[in-house]
Design a protein around this ligand. Sequence first.
Ligand code: C5P
Length: 240
Amino acid sequence: MTAERTPTPAERIFVALDLTDLERARALARELNGTVGGIKVGLELFSARGVEAVRELGAEGLPLFLDLKLHDIPNTVASAVRGLLPLEPALLTLHAAGGPAMLRAAAEAAQMAGQHRPRLLAVTVLTSLDERDLRRVGQEGPVAAQVLRLADLAQGAGIDGVVCSPQEVADLRAKCGPGFILAVPGIRPAWAQADDQKRVTTPKEALAAGADYLVIGRPITQAPSPRAAAARIAAELAGP
Ligand code: C5P
């Protein structure tokens, strides 16, 4: 993927295809081609339909954000990254909590793909965890501090960016600088319903706070016309 050139507004949108129905996912990918920057698929599709399904979706031609949140010992994660390279993901996730050696091993493995290497994004603190949960797994301190600590660790280990909530974007941009990729879910245009997302921000606000990529699922996939919804979001991003 091209980090060198500024993405167009449409290229900033990665559509979360949280489906296990491959045919539906393929139909959406086909419909959205040209109006978004790529598609995000994760453990649901990977677990239910396997690597072949991901390959077939990738064949639709849209950049692939593979959200598998890898987390294991360095050797295993490096092998997993190498194993995923034939899928040519543009973005691939792993847990920053795996530690510096794991992160470095993954970054080195990704380099094997040369100029088409996937950009690696770290997951810091899952938004499903609050401070009480963190304490229970032995992590003290506010969630925000832990997010910054893990992002710093990931950046120092050669990871390209992080997935972060809209509330974390501005602090992360300030701490990690302009070249660090920030991919942000929890996005809702003013005209879309929040669904189960608790703290949402509009696409334009997320961009203004410093996001590079917006991960948007249901406001596009559940819209009467997914293509029209994606085009509307891209137009809002481009507008004043
Ligand atoms: O449909 P919706 O726009 O809420 O989808 C958001 C996507 O981003 C889903 O794939 C969800 O799993 C993912 N995500 C999230 N919040 C996080 C991390 C990932 O919503 N903190």
